[in-house]
Design a protein around this ligand. Structure first.
Ligand code: SAM
Length: 325
């Protein structure tokens, strides 16, 4: 069964920020998070090719297992921080990682979409708007806390991990994946910028005009993209992240990293997908994007991992356990 917050007081989504609101958000990272993620909530799954089928179940579970292994599955009750549209926890639940879940996010628009997705999937999920630095749940509530691509948005990561440990039951585990490494973030941004400029310039040619998104959409994208610098607060070195987690009080802490060649393909592909009308990209494109990512991930795992420094890999993951069991 899917339920929304019982007291019904979550703020409403605000998907169309005005120029004044964007200006105010430049000085306020949490307001920026809400505006930016409310803006992209309804189109987020398309933008990032997120689905709730075998492809993304395999991806989400693969990241979880790479970070934490397969022991103790399924967890009874899981919490997701910065759930977005529910990509990580909903797919983990479908993959047998947890039986029931709570999805939370600072952005009301994201919580709304995540709950809608959970309802369509028939999953046992509730949700609420919540800041990862002050998690609105009782101590010792969850068996598992997860997050994907969220830690780098949180001003005080150690404070958030202290909160994670507080709401975990003793012996409970956290798994965060999809965090940008410092080197990875550098090449991803450049590749994204070049792809966006090239695509939005070349589609000005008259014979490519049906590959161009309407100018109002491109302008809105550029306005929101200006907020990216305000919402993306950190990049991580795996060893530094381990230190933060230990300092928050976690034990059995382990960070790892993955995706180098796969990320060099993935960033231009995703930026291109965001720059052209979605109906232009069909099933063959999706097959190319996912097949390419899978093949290059194999190369990363079996070849490049042995010769390329781990700090060059794009995705950083971290797991740890709450002591006391
Ligand atoms: C890059 S998105 C990732 C969404 C989703 N986990 C995924 O992987 O598709 C980051 C999410 O974190 C949320 N977020 C940012 N700061 C937050 C905070 N302090 N507390 C909770 N959520 C936050 C944003 O609203 C956004 O939905």
């Amino acid at each position: 069964m899917t339920a929304s917050r019982p007291d019904g007081v979550d703020p409403a989504p605000n998907p169309h920020a005005t120029a004044e609101q964007v200006a105010a958000a430049m000085e306020d990272t949490k307001l920026a998070q809400v505006l930016y993620h409310d803006w992209e909530a309804e189109t987020y799954d398309d933008k990032w090719s997120i689905s709730y089928d075998e492809r993304c179940i395999e991806y989400a579970k693969g990241r979880f297992v790479a970070a934490a292994g397969e022991q103790n599955l399924p967890y009874e009750r899981a919490l997701e921080l910065g759930c977005g549209t529910g990509f990580f926890l909903l797919n983990l639940m479908q993959g047998g990682v947890a039986k029931s879940g709570s999805v939370t996010d600072l952005s009301p628009g994201m919580v709304k979409v995540a709950l809608r997705n959970a309802e369509h999937l028939g999953l046992d999920v509730d949700g609420r708007v919540a800041d990862a630095e002050t998690i609105p749940y009782e101590d010792d509530t969850f068996d598992l806390v997860v997050g994907h691509a969220v830690l780098h948005h949180i001003p005080d990561v150690e404070q958030s991990l202290r909160e994670v440990l507080r709401v975990l039951k003793p012996g409970g585990r956290f798994v965060f994946a999809g965090e940008p490494s410092t080197v990875g973030n550098f090449y991803a941004r450049w590749l994204g910028r070049i792809t966006w400029e090239a695509t939005t310039t070349i589609t000005k040619l008259p014979f490519l005009s049906d590959w161009r998104r309407p100018q109002t959409e491109l302008d809105e994208s550029s306005r929101a993209a200006a907020l990216e610098a305000v919402v993306d607060l950190h990049t991580f070195d795996p060893s530094d992240l381990e230190k933060i987690a230990r300092s928050a009080g976690a034990v059995n802490v382990k960070a790892s990293s993955e995706e180098f060649a796969a990320a060099l393909l993935g960033w231009p592909v995703r930026t291109f997908e965001a720059a052209v009308p979605p109906e232009k990209l069909g099933w063959n494109w999706a097959k190319f994007a996912f097949g390419g990512w899978k093949s290059l991930s194999w190369v990363d795992e079996n070849v490049l991992k042995h010769v390329v420094p781990r700090s060059f890999f794009y995705n950083v993951m971290i797991t740890g356990v709450k002591p006391g069991k």
